[in-house]
Write a protein that binds this ligand. Structure first.
Ligand SMILES: NC(=O)c1ccc[n+]([C@@H]2O[C@H](COP(=O)([O-])OP(=O)(O)OC[C@H]3O[C@@H](n4cnc5c(N)ncnc54)[C@H](OP(=O)(O)O)[C@@H]3O)[C@@H](O)[C@H]2O)c1
Length: 243
């Protein structure tokens, strides 16, 4: 089948390769290839003949501008999809995204889901937990030469490779008309993840628990932990770190 993947970053690049390997005809689209969801430039051409669209684009910022990014880009993509006769719109979201209203970025992603659900096209929402690849950038925001400061936020991260497998299954299937949650196999606190990551890198700095540090300080309790029945992916964080 013909599938357009919007976004060619961490997830989009792997997803385009996976769908192609499964025998599908993939158009990969992003501003660097002349397709801009914010302005609509190049979008109609990128959707010609597409049966399904997977939206794995991302806002360039996590601040309040991200809310407008998601509002505008969903609107443009749904309208262009209708013009092109797209029969399935898939978006990648975040487990617990509607439980952290303190974060503009999460509010933007929740709005993205709401607009998709209210749109004219059959849809699927895949909600993933935090990617393994996102852990080191998260740590770097609150690190200095002496220590890494992280809150003890409960997380159950997932390998981006496993997210791609789930997205490929959903994109080539019947629209869910709902949400599929996916997560990695193991639950940690963020400071534990920090210690595992530093140990794997031979970095001897201590991790200090600081419930005011960084993006995840806004998360209360275990709202980012998947509910029972969630599809659990196979890759373990320690194996991925040391692989
Ligand atoms: N990080 C996590 O732990 C996590 C967890 C769950 C869900 N997610 C979701 O996963 C999705 C994909 O994340 P990712 O890590 O693959 O993102 P990424 O590596 O930052 O890639 C984002 C892509 O979006 C494209 N893009 C930016 N502005 C665009 C625009 N105006 N029009 C079209 N494309 C645009 C970029 O294109 P250029 O390269 O050309 O600029 C890039 O290819 C995001 O929506 C995120 O919310 C992330």
């Amino acid at each position: 089948m013909k599938i357009t993947v919007i976004g060619t970053g961490l997830i989009g690049s792997q997803l385009a390769a996976e769908l192609t390997a499964r025998g599908h005809e993939v158009t990969a689209a992003s501003p660097s290839s002349g397709v801009d969801l914010l302005t609509g430039t190049g979008l109609d051409a990128a959707l010609v003949g597409a049966e399904a669209v997977v939206n794995v684009s991302n806002s360039p910022t996590f601040d309040e501008q991200s809310i407008e990014f998601f509002r505008t880009t969903v609107g443009n993509l749904l309208a262009a999809g209708e013009r092109a006769g797209v029969r399935h719109q898939v978006v990648l979201s975040i487990v617990g995204v509607d439980q952290v209203p303190e974060l503009d970025y999460y509010r933007g992603k929740a709005l993205q889901e709401t607009l998709l659900r209210g749109g004219p096209t059959p849809y699927s929402i895949v909600r993933a937990t935090q990617f393994f690849e996102f852990m080191e950038p998260t740590m770097s925001w609150t690190s200095d030469e002496a220590a890494v400061r992280l809150p003890a936020t409960p997380l159950q991260p997932i390998a981006s490779r496993d997210v791609v497998d789930a997205l490929a299954d959903v994109a080539t299937g019947t629209p869910l008309g709902g949400i599929l949650d996916i997560a990695g196999p193991d639950r940690f606190t963020l400071d534990e993840i920090g210690r595992m990551t530093l140990a794997a890198r031979g970095d001897r700095r201590p991790v200090v628990v600081d419930d005011q540090a960084g993006l995840f300080a806004a998360v209360h309790g275990d709202v980012l932990i998947p509910r029972p029945g969630t599809r659990l992916a196979p890759t373990r964080y320690e194996d991925w770190l040391n692989g």
